[in-house]
Each structure stands twice: as C-alpha cells, then as structure tokens.
Write a protein that binds this ligand. Structure first.
Ligand code: ZN
Length: 312
C-alpha cells in the first residue's frame, strides 16, 4: 500500500499579507508580510517538496510526472489543483481570472482559474468583494474606464465558515482581516483591475484593464453550488461544491472516521484540531495527499479537514 504524501508548504510575501500563518498556524515563515501559504502545489512558481517517506525531497511536479499511478493515472500535463492558505491583513486588489480557453490563447497555454474560498476566520464586520453592479458589458467598460469603483464593486459581509465559489470572469477581492483556505486550478493568472492606488517599492503594481474588460461576465450571477451537510459515522460532513475542476468537502471529525478510497486522489488540509491518520500524527496546518485507491484512510481525534478531489 502506498504512503500518504505529506507536503512542505511554500510561503509568499505579499503587500497585503500578515503574520497569522505563524501566529495561528505555527509555521516557521520568513520575515515580512506573508500573504500566501502554498500548501499543496506543483506549480512552477511554488512546487512543494514531499516531506516524508520514499519520495522525500522530490517535488510534487516530479511525483506527478514519474508516478502517475499514485494519482489514479489522472490525465493532464500538470497537477491540476493548488491549495493555499491566504492571510489578508490588508485588502487584495480587485481582480478577475480568465477561463481555460482565454488563458490558453493569451497566456502561453496556461490553465485558467476557477477558485473557491473557505473562510477560516475573519474580524467582525469584514466584507469581501464578489461580483459587480453593472447591467451589461458596456456598463462594465464605462465604470472601469471612469474609475467608478464604489458603484461598480459588489461587497458582501463575510463570516467564519462561509464558502464562496469564484468562477472565471467573476470580479472578486478578499478584504483585510480574512484568513482563507483556497482550492483552485493550478494557475497563477490574475488580471488586476484596481489596486486602490497602492505602491509597491514606490511604484503601482501592474494593472490589466483591457484583459479585465475582456473576461468580466455581465451581468453578475452568483455561482451555482450544491452545498449540503450530513452526519456520518465519526464526522459531520459538509459538501461545498462539485464543479468541472474539483469537488470540495469538509469533515468535522470527532472520534474515528474512515474516508473511502477514491478513484483519483484526495488533497487534505487539517484546518483545526489534531489527531492521527493511519497512526501518523497530524495537526492544524498539516497538508497531505491520499493516493488513488488508498484503502481505508482512518482518521482519529478531534479535527477538521478540508478535502478536494479532481473532478474528471
Ligand atoms: Zn482570485
């Protein structure tokens, strides 16, 4: 039987980042504002190393290329998903992602980006940006070119435990005071339409106004999601979403819980508590992959995990 594939996170400094990856998750992070933990990633901008076991020291992209059987012979040139924890001390830029078709054509064959957020924690009164108030594409363009930001962006209140699906073409921004677990396609393509006129090293960050106008969907429609919660032996299971690229579930485990074998593989992030998985200790901040057809992954303890599977 294959081992669980435990990964070492990679940290990225961001102008909007904070220190909660250290204070809340206990990671040993570099100095400065650290905004992102790439927890399960084979993307060239942050390719996680395998922490333990027979493949220790190799990267996830290497494992994907050399041992596709561990992933159920799932097809694709690249490992398709990326799991991040975001610590937004300040507001992220107002942004949009392209779909696969647009990214393939305009971004050197990159994947597009569909993403979703699970709110791990947030300060009282925090909002996020999802969608816009323009009635059609012409009004999107007018409002952007005239910098009518307060009329354009649609803000919603956010609470711990909320879940949001962000499809390509959806205007969005995480605002300061939010800690989020993000499951996304493995892509780093972001079109920034407005950055609050902030400076980084004395200069504004690059904007992508034309691409943003190209890809924004109008009028805004919230994503369709199929969320439900059920009690199962040893856990409360919340299914958040199944889309073309992934399905995402949360298990709040109390006692012993066994996750069934899956045809492909399962990304697992421990977001609270501690326990063991097949006897191996895990705690808040541990991330691993359960290989394909892994029989009986047995969790024990009091812990919450977010799992994702590629939808193929
Ligand atoms: Zn995004």
């Amino acid at each position: 039987m294959s081992d669980l594939i435990k990964l070492t996170p990679i940290f990225h400094e961001k102008i909007w980042g904070g220190r909660q990856l250290e204070t809340v998750f206990g990671y040993d992070i570099p100095e400065g504002p650290i905004g992102e933990c790439w927890a399960i990633s084979a993307h060239p901008n942050g390719d996680c190393q395998i922490a333990e076991g027979p493949y220790a020291g190799h990267t996830l992209s290497w494992l994907w290329a050399e041992h596709r059987e561990l992933f159920g012979n799932c097809e694709g040139k690249e490992f398709p998903l990326l799991i991040k924890i975001l610590d937004a001390k300040d507001d992220l830029s107002i942004q949009i992602h392209p779909n696969d078709e647009y990214a393939a054509k305009h971004e050197n064959g990159s994947l597009g980006k569909t993403e979703c957020w699970y709110v791990l924690d947030c300060e009282p009164g925090t909002e996020i940006v999802i969608g816009h108030n323009a009635k059609d594409k012409a009004e999107v363009e007018k409002m952007i070119r005239n910098h009518e930001w307060s009329d354009f962006i649609r803000k919603v209140p956010v609470h711990k435990g909320d879940f949001f699906q962000i499809n390509p073409g959806c205007v969005h921004a995480i605002k300061g005071g939010t800690l989020i677990l993000e499951t996304q396609q493995s892509s780093d393509i972001t079109y920034r339409v407005y950055d609050y006129d902030r400076l980084q090293n004395g200069k504004p960050r690059q904007l992508h106004v034309e691409q943003s106008i190209d890809v924004i969907e109008a009028p805004f429609k919230p994503a369709d999601i199929d969320t439900f919660t059920e009690e199962i032996p040893g856990a409360v299971h919340t299914h958040f979403v199944t889309c073309k690229f992934y399905s995402v579930d949360k298990y709040d485990i109390d006692g012993v819980f066994t996750l069934d074998a899956k045809k492909y593989y399962t990304n697992v992030s421990v977001i609270a508590g501690e326990g063991t998985v097949n006897g191996i200790p895990v705690k808040k901040g541990t991330h691993f992959i359960i290989p394909a057809n892994f029989n009986g992954c047995r969790f024990e303890g009091k812990l919450s995990v977010i799992c994702s599977n590629p939808e193929a």
